[in-house]
Design a protein around this ligand. Structure first.
Ligand code: GLU
Length: 513
């Protein structure tokens, strides 16, 4: 039997989860589900200086909203826990010791000033590479340059130290990436990265490799920005004797700014008016409020569909995919190498497509929460009435909240009248018609429903031998203040008889001045 697929999404809780991270989570999820595998969430919080309170909860809430629920995580546990790296601190030490013992890592005692002095020296000598590496380490204070006794004395005196990898001087490191195929780097271009920090915490590199091994991860699916780190990771797998069990690497292309230049950043959200975070985020440091797809009225299903296409395509014309379809059709082999540009309009397009098919009740709930979010108070209607409004507007909007703006006249009488329509369509005929229609409505005792309103209107048009097109714009202008919009009979039903009559009255007095 082949090995069970186990993948992990391994964010660091350093702030809001960027949409690129969400795509990484999605691809991991799809691959896991497709292979009856396991989707692990691991929180990589070894860098205490970058830790942001609340960021972990933000990750859970985002994944939950999107329906990408991990099978194993700090929250639900699992057989390979703990799933928060800070809680695994003691576990890493033995691997560091093993590496030191085997001569693949060493202690380094250099102070910040000494490191700085090294860089200054190198700069003065016009060296291109300023890093701590196979060459420069020879002049530094570490267990490769000091004798055993000196090292012991430093240790005994409690001198702070880090543990660094001993990068080989001349070695080519190669591996086959699932997306980028064979990639290679020469060890002389790589530095002696710190594996264990002076606070006893592992660095990302060590913790990442050890955890992927211990958690039996079979595929590492992550952003391309980690590709340069992978060479070090490959070496660590070799040195720790896990070469055979090394997971397959799948590096995903970057998501570029809408302009195509550089990585999509949070500033782009402001510039292009589209969120780059799944949920609204209140930055505890800068106090900034960053917009979220959820609060802006995006459907999680549409967002997933949109994100799936940022790096992958099915090879057909089909663009609409449910999560279930994605699970069956997604394939690592159809992930492209080139970095996709973030297509702002496409995100909206997807939302429109999903909105058209969405149950009214969900659109309504989102419209209401948008109203609340924006401090707009809605009338005290029954849901059936709101639902009729949603139905009326569905084909004309991109986001549920658009209804609040696009159909604001349903809630509030117009304060002004569309200039163009006024000039072109408001004349003696239309004004007289509005007056007669108002009187007809006032006298009528039938139910105030769209169908009935339509009959009254048609009867009057026929009686006066007018044309529908000649007079309707005037009626719409009087009732809504606009020159166009959805079915006016339904609009009038929603507005209510009394209010409709009041608006006609007001238009007649204001527009005929
Ligand atoms: N903690 C890394 C991040 O924040 C994870 C990279 C990886 O998946 O190896 O993106």
């Amino acid at each position: 039997m082949s090995q069970q697929v186990r993948v992990r999404f391994a964010p660091s809780p350093t702030g809001a989860l960027h949409i690129g991270g969400v795509r990484t989570a999605l691809y991991n999820y799809l691959f896991a589900r497709q292979n009856d595998g396991v989707f692990v969430l691991r929180i990589e919080d070894t860098d205490q200086t970058r830790y942001v309170a609340g960021a972990e909860d933000y990750i859970y809430e985002s994944l939950e909203w999107l329906g990408l629920i991990p099978d194993e995580s700090p929250k639900v546990g699992g057989n390979y826990g703990p799933y928060r790296q800070s809680e695994r601190k003691d576990l890493y030490r033995q691997y560091v010791d093993q590496l030191i013992e085997q001569g693949h890592a060493y202690y380094a005692f250099d102070t910040d000033q000494e490191l700085e002095a090294m860089r200054e020296r190198l700069k003065a000598a016009k060296a291109k590479n300023l890093s701590y590496n196979a060459i420069t380490r020879r002049q530094m204070k570490n267990s490769l340059t000091l004798d055993a006794q000196a090292v012991q004395e430093l240790m005994d005196a409690g001198t702070p130290y880090v543990v660094r990898i001993k990068m080989p001087l001349k070695e080519e490191i190669r591996f086959q990436d699932r997306v980028f195929d064979w990639v290679k780097a020469h060890s002389s271009t790589l530095d002696d990265k710190v594996l264990l920090k002076s606070d006893g915490m592992p660095t990302y590199h060590l913790a990442n490799v050890v955890d992927d091994y211990l958690m039996k991860i079979t595929h590492v699916i992550r952003g391309k920005e980690w590709l340069p780190s992978s060479y070090l990771h490959v070496l660590l797998y070799e040195y720790l004797g896990w070469g055979e069990q090394r997971p397959e690497f799948v590096h995903l292309p970057l998501i570029l700014k809408p302009s195509g230049e550089g990585k999509l950043s949070k500033r782009d959200a402001q510039e292009y008016g589209v969120p780059v975070f799944p949920l609204e985020y209140h930055d505890p440091k800068s106090k900034e409020i960053l917009t979220g797809f959820r609060e802006e009225g995006y459907f999680s299903e549409g967002l997933i569909n949109f994100l799936a296409f940022l790096g992958w395509n099915p090879g057909t014309e089909q663009e609409i995919f449910s999560l279930k379809q994605l699970v069956s059709d997604f394939s690592l082999d159809r992930i492209g190498k080139s970095d996709p540009v973030f297509p702002v309009d496409k995100a909206k397009w997807y939302n429109q497509q999903y909105l058209k098919e969405m149950e009214d009740s969900r659109i309504l709930a989102m419209m209401k929460s948008r109203a609340q979010h924006q401090g707009i108070s809605l009338p005290d209607w029954e849901d059936a009435k709101f639902t009729a409004l949603v139905d009326l507007m569905k084909d004309r909007i991109t986001f549920p909240g658009d209804i609040l703006e696009e159909a604001s006249y349903v809630f509030q009488a117009p304060e002004s009248y569309d200039e163009k329509t006024l000039k072109k369509k408001w004349n003696e005929v239309s004004s007289a018609f509005v007056k007669d229609l108002k009187d007809t409505f006032a006298k009528d005792e039938g139910a105030w429903e769209a169908e009935h309103i339509k009959h009254l209107l048609q009867d009057l048009i026929e009686k006066q031998e007018l044309k529908f097109g000649k007079v309707m714009a005037g009626v719409r202008l009087a009732v809504t203040g606009l020159g166009g919009g959805p079915d006016l009979m339904v609009v009038m039903e929603l507005i209510g008889k009394e209010e409709t009559l009041a608006r006609m009255e007001k238009a007649l007095s204001e527009l005929n001045k």
